[in-house]
Ligand binder design. Structure first.
Ligand SMILES: *Cc1c(COP(=O)(O)O)cnc(C)c1O
Length: 414
């Protein structure tokens, strides 16, 4: 298959793999032979091989033998311990500000609701039309529920929201600005520190969705003074399907905000079983019901791996992978009508590259049959997500060689 690419690109993939200081980590993941190339680690990361053993051990011991006693022994503190680990490994967050719970959708709701309530009298929520559907729907729902107005930014879909676009719409009426750090379609990296500072100058709060950055792009929440953030753990943190999400609430804000789903597990003393809700101090008040302990297991190993390797090294490889994919696309796919719909400046590009062609829907369907797995984003985007620790440069070359072969077989008008 690789003979479909110019020989120098194939040689470059091999040379990049040989020089890759993180190459050794790929073998820590489950790599079945039927998967020829996996370029969808930004939707669902591959499992680590250690995950199977960890789950089995958990069933036998922590659950099977310790039974209900494990809540006292380990599980009550898991959501914040794991939150602290993610914060340390990937978010630039000091302990006590990150918790694992719920889904990203539910946490976005809880944080956004807490955010607008902390800015009473202000009437607008600022968001962008290119954000992931769940983010837009949750914010629209809150606006309807609280009698607020949505103020939409309509960014260039090929890039993403700019500082200037945010500055143009924020003001005394703004309660909350909610944006994605890395755009899920284009991979554009928003100016998180700049936008956060601008939002604060307007007296509003900011909520960052980190679903496509955590574990792939460096984030420095504390340094930027971010108020609120949430994100997925089944993407670049390889937590597995439906793994619980994380929420970050800046320590300075924690006792000032209350979230809307008051439940017994976020109570100051859950086992008192008393009357009336009194929120726990600190980040625990963002928990609602019983923590999803089982779902937290796989992601712990991945968060530890990211911490060990260092997010800076992960990001460096990510930039090399996306740059290589663009190099191959420009040389071997552009002549077949493919265009790159992601930023070309590596500093403004997250962990994936979107390639557009009118025939991409059918091309991706055939790729999946062949065991080459990117994903498809309508109307015509092949999204190649290259999870840095589990993807090789040769894997990228092989996947794009298959794309070249399928597109070469496309007839105009066919
Ligand atoms: C993946 C993703 C989600 C998914 O939310 P779930 O509640 O886990 O389904 C939300 N927002 C963004 C920006 C995402 O990329």
């Amino acid at each position: 298959m690789l003979d479909l690419l110019p020989a120098h690109l194939v040689a470059r993939a091999a040379a990049l793999d040989a020089a890759d200081p993180l190459a050794e980590h790929r073998s820590a993941f489950v790599l079945p032979e039927g998967v020829v190339a996996y370029l969808d680690g930004n939707s669902l990361g591959r499992p680590l091989a250690s995950t199977a053993e960890r789950l089995r051990g958990f069933v036998d011991t922590e659950w099977g033998e310790r039974l209900i006693r494990s809540w006292d022994e380990r599980w009550m503190t898991r959501p914040t311990e794991l939150g602290d680990l993610i914060g340390r490994a990937a978010l630039g967050a000091a302990p006590g500000q990150t918790v694992v719970a719920d889904s990203t959708t539910v946490l976005l709701y809880k944080l956004a609701r807490a955010g607008v309530a902390a800015r009473p009298g202000r009437t607008e929520i600022v968001a962008d039309s290119e954000n992931f559907p769940t983010d837009r729907f949750v914010l629209e729902g809150i606006a309807a529920e609280r009698g607020l107005t949505m103020r939409w930014i309509r960014p260039d879909p090929a890039t993403g929201v700019t500082l200037e676009e945010v500055e143009a719409v924020i003001g005394e009426q703004t309660a909350l600005v909610a944006l994605s750090h890395v755009a899920y379609k284009s991979a554009h990296v928003a100016d998180l520190p700049g936008i956060t500072a601008a939002v604060h100058r307007a007296g509003a709060l900011v909520l960052w969705d980190l679903s496509h950055s955590v574990g792939s792009v460096e984030v420095d929440l504390d340094a930027a003074g971010v108020d609120l953030a949430a994100g997925c753990t089944y993407k670049y943190l390889n937590g597995g399907p439906g793994a619980p999400a994380f929420a970050y609430v800046n320590a300075a804000l924690q006792d000032e905000v209350t979230q809307p789903i008051a439940g017994w597990m976020g109570h100051a003393d859950p086992f008192a079983m008393g009357e009336g809700y009194e929120p726990a101090q600190g980040i625990r008040r963002f928990i609602s019901g019983t923590p999803p302990i089982l779902g937290m297991l796989p992601l712990e190993d991945m968060a530890r791996l990211v911490e060990r390797v260092g997010i800076r090294a992960v990001r460096a490889k990510s930039m090399d992978l996306t740059a290589f994919a663009i190099e191959v696309a420009d040389e071997a796919l552009a002549p077949l009508g493919v265009s790159v719909a992601s930023p070309r400046d590596p500093d403004q590009r997250g962990g994936h590259v979107t390639l557009e062609h009118p025939a991409m829907a059918s091309v991706v369907a055939e790729l999946w049959r062949r065991g080459v797995v990117p994903d498809f984003r309508p109307p015509m985007g092949l999204r190649a997500g290259m999870s840095p620790l589990s993807t090789s440069f040769t894997e990228v070359a092989v996947a794009l060689a298959h794309v070249a072969e399928l597109l070469a077989g496309e007839r105009p008008g066919g």
